[in-house]
Write a protein that binds this ligand. Structure first.
Ligand code: ATP
Ligand code: MG
Length: 403
């Protein structure tokens, strides 16, 4: 290992010579002995020492603290301060520069070695930590850039798929008009074609939505909504596609209107209600509850975020406080296995008990995203064979606050 190079900054010539002599005896190389802060900066840049031994009080314009600061910024060389009885203000300033060590004059040869070695080690650790931080920051940026690019490709592919798919859907609808109702297999094939294309269409819509929300340009468009009317219309729309096996019920109290992004809200509630219907194959009641809670003053939504929330033990879940506008979607369906509750919001995740019930595992990812984009939170409680309840809390902006 090369001997450590030390720059000595001391304006008392005799003291400087004494320090340099002691350093040499300890096996260090003294690159230079200078008397002022300005010279110290110059020599540090010229000789690149491993460490600077700096008197705090120096004659001239610049004191040791200011010189150490500049040396650290310009050439990243650590400083150990030498001090006799510096005043409080100077010591405080020295502390702010985060020095690598102090030696109080008069000092022993051994003190010098200990202070230098500790300072060098600390500097090495800090430099490595900074390098590691820089490397991880660069890796994160590269990862985000790659994710962004993949996202763009995905969105482009989804866009490209849309046109041929619409053509297939229209052709299927035209064929349906001309179909031979006697020919059962033709009817079956047509139905199959139509439902397959509709599913693909939904998948493309979901992918495009995910792509849009991941891009930086995505913005919420909050607008006044009559919530009761909105929920009633939504339930009617969903009841149309449903074979009466399920009873869709709206329970509303207190809150009637608010300012929210209508499209995002539709996405959230439609996905949750479609799930509630889909995962109750034996039918039953699906309830959409509309509520308002003022826990914590009502000005912020205070539920934990979705993934960590669903990992909470049940007894804690029931004690969780919500605030804002609360939407609860309750069903009496198959339920979600406790061990899988923490995964349901992951992209493409489907639980083990779904059997033949169709799905892509994207709905809840979209719901969670749409909730978070509005500053809200989502939670889920479920019991196998009993049913599931999703609770969404969105920040409440009353209509009167709109100017
Ligand atoms: P997609 O919504 O994309 O058509 P999906 O319904 O399978 O497909 P998600 O809505 O993301 O996907 O739901 C993820 C999984 O969570 C489901 O596959 C199902 O296992 C479970 N799940 C969601 N909602 C319920 C519910 N109400 N009851 C029981 N299980 C549910
Ligand atoms: Mg779904």
């Amino acid at each position: 290992m090369n001997p450590t190079k030390v720059l000595v900054v001391e304006d008392e010539v005799i003291v400087a010579q004494d320090i340099a002599g002691r350093l040499k005896k300890l096996g260090y190389i003294v690159t230079a002995t200078v008397a002022s802060g300005e010279e110290a900066i110059e020599k540090a840049a010229e000789n690149r020492p491993d460490i600077v031994l700096m008197d705090i009080v120096l004659k001239g314009e610049m004191d040791g603290v200011a010189a150490a600061q500049q040396i650290r910024t310009k050439v990243n060389v650590p400083t150990v301060f030498l001090t006799a009885y510096a005043d409080e203000t100077t010591l405080e300033r020295a502390k702010i520069t985060n020095p690598f060590g102090y030696i109080i004059k008069p000092f022993q040869q051994q003190d010098l070695r200990v202070a230098i070695e500790i300072a060098l080690q600390r500097h090495e650790i800090e430099t490595k930590m900074q390098q590691a931080l820089k490397a991880s920051e660069a890796a994160r940026e590269a990862f985000e850039e790659k994710a962004q690019r993949q996202n763009q490709y995905l969105s482009m592919a989804a866009h490209e798929l849309r046109n041929p798919l619409t053509a297939i859907l229209i052709s299927a609808e035209l064929l349906e008009l001309d179909r031979n109702t006697e020919d059962k297999s033709q009817v079956k094939r047509l139905n199959f074609l139509q439902s397959a294309t509709k599913k693909m269409n939904q998948l493309i819509d979901d992918m495009l939505f995910m792509g849009r929300t991941e891009s930086d340009e995505f913005k919420c468009h909050p607008f006044p909504i009559n919530l009761v009317e909105f929920c009633q219309d939504l339930l009617e729309e969903l009841q149309l596609g449903n074979e009466e096996k399920h009873q869709l019920v709206l329970v509303s109290s207190k809150v009637t209107s608010a300012i929210l992004d209508q499209q995002l809200l539709h996405g959230i509630l439609a996905n949750l209600i479609v799930n509630a219907i889909k995962y109750s194959p034996n039918g039953g009641k699906v309830t959409l509850e509309l509520d308002y809670s003022q826990e914590d003053g009502g000005d912020k939504v205070s539920i934990l975020n979705a993934s960590s929330e669903s990992l909470l033990p049940k007894e804690q879940l029931t004690n969780v406080k919500y605030s804002g506008i609360i939407f609860r979607v309750r069903d009496e369906g198959i339920g979600i296995p406790e061990t899988e509750l923490g995964k349901i919001f992951e992209m493409f995740y489907r639980c083990n008990n779904t059997g033949k019930i169709p799905g892509n595992g994207l709905g809840l990812t979209i719901v969670k995203k749409a909730v978070e984009l509005q500053g809200g939170t989502i939670a889920c409680e479920s019991k196998i064979g009993i049913g599931t309840t999703f609770t969404v809390a969105l920040p409440y902006i009353p209509l009167s606050s709109r100017t």
